[in-house]
Design a protein around this ligand. Structure first.
Ligand SMILES: *[C@@H]1O[C@H](CO)[C@@H](O)[C@H](O)[C@H]1NC(C)=O
Ligand SMILES: *[C@@H]1O[C@H](CO)[C@@H](O)[C@H](O)[C@H]1NC(C)=O
Ligand SMILES: *[C@@H]1O[C@H](CO)[C@@H](O)[C@H](O)[C@H]1NC(C)=O
Ligand SMILES: *[C@@H]1O[C@H](CO)[C@@H](O)[C@H](O)[C@H]1NC(C)=O
Ligand SMILES: *[C@@H]1O[C@H](CO)[C@@H](O)[C@H](O)[C@H]1NC(C)=O
Length: 421
């Protein structure tokens, strides 16, 4: 018997013994539990845990005709699913139209949101009068799985047309984030399409223990502020096997985020993967423990970027960018401690967000601009502990690229090209 089979065998024996012991206690549990009565199909799952119940949004009045606003039906179905243990809320393979919708917790336990169909946002701006910042929001839910291969469509065109970035004569106003997960714990989002968000596509806010995998995030490269995946105040999150192409950052990681891993990411079009911006409006910000491993950037304005404002404080530290391909990326590697994204010029300030312990490893490909590596660090608080290992960046179409470096003294390991002058 080889070792794998031995492990399987031992596991089978353990499960066998466990179910023998447990069959009596489970029968007891089931007899004690009130029978779940409601007007929809209820189904028990083969499981030692609580019985699973399926809630179909159509049974709560959702029409799925693409015209009628089904938000109320979804919220009703959610309320029932949330108060049952191990519930599965099903969105069938139809077209649902939803105005702003909240799915709030806490829930019983282990809720699954199974999206087979398409959920499209209402394009009537007045529907968002009460809260312009959110379309669909999951708040305070623990042990949630959102999956199913279906689609969230933010229907963002009308918002993009009304953006001050598109039309300079319009005032700058908020637009909704398509999908917000806030105050959540132990969350899995997998196998979903999120497209044409009004602004940010998916935002994880004040969450812990998150897995986001197999996400396809798409919007036109020209759509304003449509970040793909935004991480804020969140600890222990893995974003993996995802393809992101939008009009802003593919992934943005900001204040209060810790232990963030992005693996197997395809990015473009868009602004790349960003840590920051941090420290705007003289604020304090902390981000630590970020790893981007195996990413492929095509035609993006940046590759891997750290951006901080003068006047801020705090730190961005323990960051690794490794095994990355760049294809025609304008700024493949960039640290900008003089970030200034406003009309008025930013004035020189002493205070800065410290950038330290950043490792760039195995990064190759092409730069659309001459400057493939830009380290624009703070005069008062230079970048420290920056290392480059096995870097090979050339100009798109051939020719050598350069590095522009201020207030930094990086370590080089192996072949690194280009290097600071
Ligand atoms: C919830 O899921 C976890 C992990 O799969 C399991 O250990 C636990 O027993 C489940 N709880 C319920 C109430 O189903
Ligand atoms: C959803 O929750 C947010 C924040 O709690 C609130 O501002 C908003 O009005 C709620 N929206 C709806 C549609 O209930
Ligand atoms: C920009 O907005 C102004 C003010 O609402 C409007 O008059 C103008 O037609 C808009 N321009 C475009 C190109 O949409
Ligand atoms: C990265 O993307 C480019 C351009 O889309 C593609 O040609 C290349 O095969 C991709 N690399 C990997 C490892 O998938
Ligand atoms: C650093 O950034 C500032 C502000 O954007 C800019 O004025 C300056 O030219 C940059 N320095 C280098 C060396 O690129």
């Amino acid at each position: 018997m080889d070792s794998k089979r031995a492990v399987v065998h031992v596991l089978a024996v353990i499960i066998g013994i466990f179910s023998l012991f447990c069959s009596s206690c489970c029968r007891h549990l089931q007899e004690d539990q009130p029978v779940v009565h409601h007007h929809i199909q209820a189904r028990r799952r083969l499981s030692l845990s609580a019985p699973a119940v399926t809630f179909d949004v159509d049974d709560f009045g959702a029409q799925g005709d693409g015209n009628h606003d089904d938000a109320q039906a979804f919220e009703k179905a959610w309320k029932e699913a949330c108060s049952a243990a191990g519930a599965v809320l099903v969105v069938p393979k139809k077209n649902y139209l939803l105005g702003p919708t909240n799915f709030s917790g806490p829930c019983q336990d282990n809720t699954t949101f199974q999206i087979n169909g398409i959920i499209r946002a209402s394009g009537d701006l007045s529907d968002y009068d009460e809260d312009r910042r959110h379309w669909i929001m999951f708040d305070g839910v623990h042990n949630l799985v959102v999956q199913g291969g279906g689609t969230f469509d933010g229907n963002g065109l009308i918002w993009w047309q009304n953006s001050c970035k598109t039309n300079k004569s319009l005032p700058c106003k908020d637009a909704p984030t398509a999908l917000t997960f806030s105050n959540c714990g132990n969350l899995i989002t997998r196998n979903l399409n999120i497209q044409n968000a009004q602004q940010i596509h998916v935002s994880f806010e004040k969450c812990s223990d998150v897995q986001a995998t197999d996400l396809q995030v798409t919007a036109p490269g020209s759509s304003p502020n449509t970040d793909g995946i935004h991480v804020t105040g969140t600890q222990n999150i893995q974003i993996s096997s995802s393809t992101i192409g939008t009009g802003d950052d593919c992934i943005s990681i900001v204040d209060g985020s810790q232990d963030v891993q992005a693996m197997d990411i395809t990015c473009g079009p868009g602004h790349g993967i960003s840590i920051g911006s941090l420290g705007s409006g003289d604020s304090e910000a902390h981000v630590s423990g970020v790893t981007v491993n195996r990413a492929n950037f095509s035609g993006t304005t940046n590759g891997v970027r750290i951006k901080t404002w003068q006047g801020g404080s705090g730190s961005a530290s323990n960051i690794k960018f490794q095994n990355i391909e760049m294809h025609d990326v304008s700024n493949p590697i960039i640290i900008d401690q003089n970030y200034c994204d406003q009309d008025a010029p930013c004035k020189q300030q002493k205070s800065a967000v410290q950038v330290s312990n950043v490792m760039y490893q195995n990064i190759r490909g092409t730069s659309a601009s001459d400057v493939a590596i830009e380290f624009n660090c703070s005069e008062s608080l230079p970048c420290k502990g920056i290392a480059l290992q096995n870097i090979d960046l050339q100009k798109t179409g051939g020719g050598s690229a350069t590095a522009s470096c201020s207030n930094i003294n990086p370590d080089y390991i192996g072949a690194v090209s280009p290097r600071c002058p």
